[in-house]
Design a protein around this ligand. Sequence first.
Ligand SMILES: Nc1ncnc2c1ncn2[C@@H]1O[C@H](COP(=O)(O)OP(=O)(O)OP(=O)(O)O)[C@@H](O)[C@H]1O
Length: 243
Amino acid sequence: MSTPDEQGLSLHHLTVRFGGLLALDDVSLRVPPKKVIGVIGPNGAGKTTLFNVISGFVAPQSGAITLDGRPWRPRPHHLRRHGIARTLQGVGQFGGMTVLENVQVGLKAPRGNRGYRGSKSQQDAYAALERCGVADYANAYPGMLPYAKRKRVELARALAARPRILMLDEPAGGLDADEIDWLADLIREADTTVLLVEHHMDLVMSVCDEILVLDFGKPIALGSPGEIRTDPKVAEAYLGAAA
Ligand SMILES: Nc1ncnc2c1ncn2[C@@H]1O[C@H](COP(=O)(O)OP(=O)(O)OP(=O)(O)O)[C@@H](O)[C@H]1O
């Protein structure tokens, strides 16, 4: 049994090198249940690499990950089993499948040969599409949808499995102000742990409980939105990146 302090996901001193490049440099982070944790930083800071480590796509050279206090080695095809879902930066959906089928792909296949039609997974997928306001497109193909709707389908795909940890990789990219307001409400009401990599500062500041700031792979700040907003090291990292 894990203690309350150990529950959720914890990253301990993760280091990742790509050849001579230090993409993550001694990164530690605690992601407690039901909290929204943001990961920000200038381009190339290591945000996606951090997501790739948690998803099992990249193995760290050193450091460890624990889930509910137990050592955990992530593997991409085991994420669902551990209740972890991730959206992709683009909208990687299968063009030859309908929107509903795309959302069902991440869910458990029905037993026997009943197929997906009328199954629990179909109902769950449809409910997730409704929650994301795109149920009207259930039988359309993703390629027929505007970008913002496809992003909603991608969110529905991740939410359908009712993850305990939802990893959102730049969900606001390419969205207009109204869509971002909608997204902020969805994150606030998700009632699950959210790890958010995002460049849109207003969104990050408005939904996150805590924010980790990376710069050249190094953690330079960790704190509440108010603390991060006024941290001179953070301003310097972004100004340096803009110069
Ligand atoms: N597979 C890889 N091989 C070599 N270098 C890589 C690889 N993946 C990432 N990098 C490098 O590691 C550093 C961190 O990249 P990463 O994509 O994690 O940054 P990021 O913060 O997500 O950037 P962005 O905001 O632009 O998406 C960059 O210098 C990048 O070029």
